[in-house]
Design a protein around this ligand. Structure first.
Ligand code: FES
Length: 221
């Protein structure tokens, strides 16, 4: 009962706000306020938004995805800061947890953290660029590392790297457009006798055959 009233008040408020803006919805409201199904916005809604805004449908999808990501990142960030009671001494831990959840540290997130903790943004950047655990660029859901240290190099790492790069269709240092994989090279992961070595999400694979490379990649969702 109480919930019903709250819902009514909320929709009245939205309607009043819209009227006060002259009844015109902003692009963001058109996107996030539209009907949804379980998988997100329907094709027809995306097409209508695309027609109304006069931009390609792919751009609308990208906008919807970005809005969702930013909203989620903001929620995650607030929760993590709250967990540490806004303690500025916990800055590294907070950044680590955000990195773990987002797989990278977007600039706006760093700025928001620093503002909430009352620390200069330069301190966050010093930490984010000093430790390898942090990334300032988006990372894929699966981290693929090919060791190109000396021992792996003489055991065929360049060939393995070519094979993995062509299977993922990206170069070292890149992330696939669907955010599935990030490929990087590393220097010695400490198991030279197994070389050449590929590490996928922390799992080590020594001297994999082409078929094994395929299988390892296919097993990532
Ligand atoms: S050089 Fe690759 S594991 Fe040591």
């Amino acid at each position: 009962m109480a919930r019903g009233k709250a819902k009514t008040r909320s929709s009245e408020r939205s309607s009043a706000e819209e009227k006060s803006r002259g009844g015109r919805a902003t692009p963001t409201q058109i996107i996030v306020g539209s009907e949804r199904d379980d998988s997100g916005l329907s094709e027809s809604v995306l097409t209508r938004v695309s027609d109304r805004l006069g931009i390609p449908r792919s751009q609308v999808s990208q906008m919807v995805e970005t809005i969702g990501q930013v909203a989620q990142e903001a929620g995650d960030t607030d929760r993590i800061i709250e967990k540490h009671k806004g303690d500025k001494a916990a800055l590294i831990q907070i950044l680590l947890e955000i990195q773990r959840e987002n797989r990278w540290l977007p600039r706006d997130v760093l700025m928001s953290v620093c503002k909430k903790l009352g620390v200069p943004i330069s301190r966050a950047y010093r930490i984010a660029t000093f430790y390898k655990a942090f990334s300032l660029t988006p990372q894929g859901r699966h981290q693929v590392s090919v060791c190109t240290g000396t021992a792996c190099h003489v055991r065929g790492a360049p060939r393995l790297l070519d094979r993995v790069a062509s299977a993922l269709n990206i170069n070292p240092g890149e992330t696939s457009p669907d955010w599935r994989f990030t490929l990087e090279t590393v220097n010695c992961v400490g198991c030279c006798a197994l070389g050449p070595v590929i590490v996928v999400d922390g799992d080590y694979h020594g001297n994999p055959t082409p078929k094994e490379v395929e299988r390892i990649i296919d097993s990532c969702d």
